[in-house]
Design a protein around this ligand. Structure first.
Ligand SMILES: [Zn+2]
Length: 343
């Protein structure tokens, strides 16, 4: 593997102790050199963990830290992001795909990351995602992620089965932010795939039957089985198998009125997978804090409100001042994000 050159960027949050779960692939819409310039500017508020060119790999953010790369708090917390040189317009108005040399360097880097983290293989939509899985964006364009994953697995000596998900990649890639599916979306997908959720069906309540069904699904799909919570691995695979990548059903949509009423609270709770009792108590606040990257102490203080506003802003729903006051404008942003299944 080519040496990794440390460039550094002011655009990151220090983050100790949150385990990185996946790699997100991007393209630069430029070269390694222009990316160095962009990421070294604090006014651009952009970064990635790595940038890969045809003959060099640059590092901007430490792997353990939170890069400003994915436009999604959950993703930034759990990702190692890799930018690929390419994506600019050629003379004919076509975007230039990352070259074979870039793909090879990226595969070497991905394999190295996997090896150091004890991942036996790279699995598309399980521990490698395209940027447009997390937010609506053209990134990573025509980056040939199939080649990157396949080649990295060759280097790792992993089974070609790890590539099974790649054929579904294009359709899944349109399902941006699948990790923030509501409980009822997860339930609907499980039912569609024949899992038994009992008489209550997709009721939005993440109870014992849903937990058991998710655990069974994890086993059936050969995913690592943890505690039956539907993280990005599960949701990514559900989206892939059902073709569901859509936000909340129209009938569940909130009226965007800027009022933090019972329905909005319950919708937020469902999105956060906490008991939808309509009371914004410590459990709900803690779940919201985890989603937005605030310290999870269950207390709705200024930092918590700031993180909520920053998250809604990063998602493109909040255009107001970061004033740490959750007023009608912030609540309207939250309601819209919930309606789109993006919170
Ligand atoms: Zn990107």
């Amino acid at each position: 593997m080519v040496d990794v050159a440390w460039i550094g960027s002011p655009n990151f949050y220090p983050q100790n102790g949150i385990e990185k779960r996946f790699i997100t692939l991007h393209w630069m819409v430029g070269t390694l050199r222009t990316t160095d310039t962009t990421f070294s500017s604090s006014s651009r508020k952009a970064s990635a963990t790595y940038g890969v060119g045809p003959s060099a790999i640059h590092q901007y953010v430490q792997e353990k830290d939170y890069p400003f790369s994915d436009g999604n708090t959950y993703a930034n917390q759990h990702t190692i992001s890799i930018e690929h040189e390419g994506g600019w317009l050629d003379g004919n108005g076509n975007r230039v795909a990352p070259s074979a040399a870039v793909l090879e360097n990226s595969a070497q880097l991905c394999a190295d990351i996997a090896r150091r983290r004890g991942w036996s293989s790279l699995q598309w939509m399980v521990n490698v995602f395209p940027h447009n899985h997390w937010v609506a964006t053209m990134c990573p364009g025509t980056t040939d992620y199939g080649t990157i994953v396949h080649r990295a697995n060759q280097i790792l000596g992993a089974s070609v089965l790890a590539m099974a998900g790649v054929n579904g990649g294009t359709s899944v890639a349109q399902g941006w932010n699948a990790s923030s599916w509501s409980t009822s979306q997860i339930q609907t997908a499980l039912i569609k795939l024949g899992y038994n959720l009992g008489a209550t069906g997709a009721d939005g309540d993440y109870g014992q039957l849903t937990t058991a069904a998710v655990r069974k699904f994890e086993q059936d799909q050969g995913l690592s089985v943890d505690v039956g919570t539907a993280g990005p691995q599960v949701v990514g695979r559900l989206a892939q198998l059902t073709g569901d990548a859509t936000p909340l059903a129209q009938s569940n949509k909130l009226v965007v009125d800027g009022k933090m009423g019972l329905l909005t609270t319950k919708a937020e709770q469902r999105a956060l997978d906490v008991d939808p009792d309509g009371v914004r108590g410590p459990n709900t606040i803690r779940a919201e804090q985890k989603r937005t990257g605030a310290f999870p102490d269950g207390i709705d203080g200024p930092n918590t409100r700031e993180r909520l506003q920053l998250t809604l802003k990063a998602l493109g729903y909040y255009g107001g001042k970061i004033d740490k006051i959750i007023g009608p404008q912030s609540i309207r942003a939250l309601q819209s994000a919930l309606n789109d299944g993006r919170f």
